[in-house]
Design a protein around this ligand. Structure first.
Ligand code: HEM
Length: 426
């Protein structure tokens, strides 16, 4: 059998090769033409959509705004805010998946969490991301705050950015406190009993706040429902609202950059979009890889089911509350309120109003001796108290009473009372 190219009709003047080439070229031209038509159509459509949106929305302004240059001298520490924003979104997404299976009642919460970890496809991974994500978020937000202090970025006109940031820090800690109860295991239950009691020691409003949080006199069904509502409805709304305001301020005033920037340098850096956004995305990707590795390789703890009658349990809060927990051990009796309320409240107010207290000109931290000393001492104290809290020995369970002695078992309330104010000093 011969090929089409060797066609015997050549003899009648039918040049197969010629026609094959013509057909090929025709087909190619048609393909190019239809590609060109398609591209032109897409461009036309894009222009129309753009014109439609431009007529109705201030897109041009937004585009100009996100392309505005960042200051010439900034470094990767300026990506910490974006990393915190990413973590907030990750917590919302992973939390939403966990909520498919979780049930906020003392009868079901523990089993639901156990089921998520062991049975649900990718449940352990998603719970791991959410659990370790919370801890990493506290670290990232704290580092972000420190970088703002180091470069004195809270100075005028960015006072309100700072104030909304401090409120965000409070909300992040609120997420940690309310989330801790949800697995309804021993540590969740007893840490919450202690935490709410501590809130109750505040003068004037303390008792009221503790009652509202507990939804009664004891930590129980209503407490779990309230903590779940706070954790999944109240705090997320507040957080996203506040982050929106925070980011609005950040974009409105522009980044403060490092102290090295002259007024000319402030307008001479790379554009925010795409350059800075790309750097932020790389930092976020690295963070996510670390977090995913933790979620895969570090198991998330789940202790025994909560037992409200087990007064021998030695309660511990999550690691980022350990410094406060350790602080309480140095104040006893009538002085207790100094550790539970006075020092934390004064510390918080000083932090909140820092931009209004520190009125000196902007300069590097090492050129601000007072700020440098206060920052270093505060960080050292927090780290020291956290380490002391983490390494303090756990309480031995109380020995069983001999059967002969006639003693009634402590009521649940008494048992809680004992455990709450016994911080393991002896
Ligand atoms: C979830 C919590 C937070 C999120 C999502 C967040 C997000 C951001 C982002 C994306 C930026 C711009 C990029 C950068 O400078 O890193 C920023 C800047 C800033 N943040 Fe936050 N932040 C949070 C918490 C805080 C806290 C706790 C403070 C301080 C108490 C704070 C104070 C500031 C200030 C003053 C700026 C302006 C810095 C400048 O202009 O150079 N933020 N934040």
């Amino acid at each position: 059998m011969t090929g089409f190219g060797d066609c015997q009709y050549e003899g009648f003047g039918f040049d197969v090769e010629f026609w094959r080439l013509r057909l090929y070229n025709l087909h190619r031209d048609q393909r190019k033409l239809s590609q060109a038509y398609f591209q032109e159509g897409v461009a036309l459509m894009k222009n129309r959509i753009r014109a439609f949106l431009d007529d109705r929305l201030p897109l041009k302004g937004v585009e100009d705004h996100i392309k505005k240059p960042v200051p010439k001298y900034i470094n990767w520490l300026f990506s910490l805010g974006s990393m915190a924003a990413f973590l907030l979104i990750l917590q919302a997404v992973t939390g939403a998946f966990l909520a498919f299976y979780y049930s906020p009642s003392p009868d079901h919460a523990y089993n639901a969490v156990n089921y998520i970890s062991k049975e649900v496809a990718f449940g352990g991974f998603v719970r791991g991301l959410h659990h370790w994500g919370a801890s990493v978020m506290v670290i990232v937000v704290f580092l972000h705050l420190l970088r703002v202090v180091v470069y004195a970025s809270y100075k005028p006109p960015r006072e309100l950015t700072w104030v909304t940031g401090v409120l965000m820090l409070l909300i992040v800690l609120g997420f940690g406190f309310t989330g801790y109860l949800l697995p309804w295991d021993q540590k969740a239950y007893w840490a919450t009993v202690v935490g709410v009691k501590i809130a109750g020691t505040a003068p004037v409003m303390g008792d009221f706040v503790a009652k509202v949080l507990r939804g009664g006199d004891e930590v129980g069904t209503v407490t779990l429902t309230r903590f779940y509502a706070l954790h999944t409805i109240w705090l997320p709304w507040l957080a996203f609202g506040l982050v929106g305001i925070h980011l609005f301020f950040v974009r409105y005033y522009g980044s403060a950059g490092t102290h090295r920037n002259t007024p000319e340098d402030m307008r001479a850096g790379k554009p925010f979009y795409p350059d800075q956004l790309f750097e932020d995305a790389v930092a976020i990707l690295i963070l996510f890889v670390i977090l995913a590795a933790m979620a895969i390789f570090v198991p998330v703890p789940l202790e025994e089911l909560a037992d409200p009658t087990d007064a021998s349990y030695d309660p511990r809060p999550e690691w980022y509350f350990l410094f406060l927990f350790q602080l309480l051990k140095y104040f006893e009796g009538p002085l207790e309120v100094v550790g539970t309320f006075v020092i934390p409240t004064v510390g918080f107010i000083l932090l909140l109003f820092l931009p209004f207290l520190d009125k000196r000109d902007r300069a590097a931290l090492w050129k601000r001796p007072v700020a440098l000393t206060v920052t270093c001492l505060s960080v050292a104290l927090i780290v020291l108290l956290t380490v002391l809290g983490a390494t303090s020995p756990r309480l031995e369970p109380a020995p069983e009473e001999p059967a002969a002695t006639e003693q009634t078992a402590p009521s649940q309330d008494e048992a809680q009372e004992e455990a709450v104010f016994d911080f393991g000093l002896d």
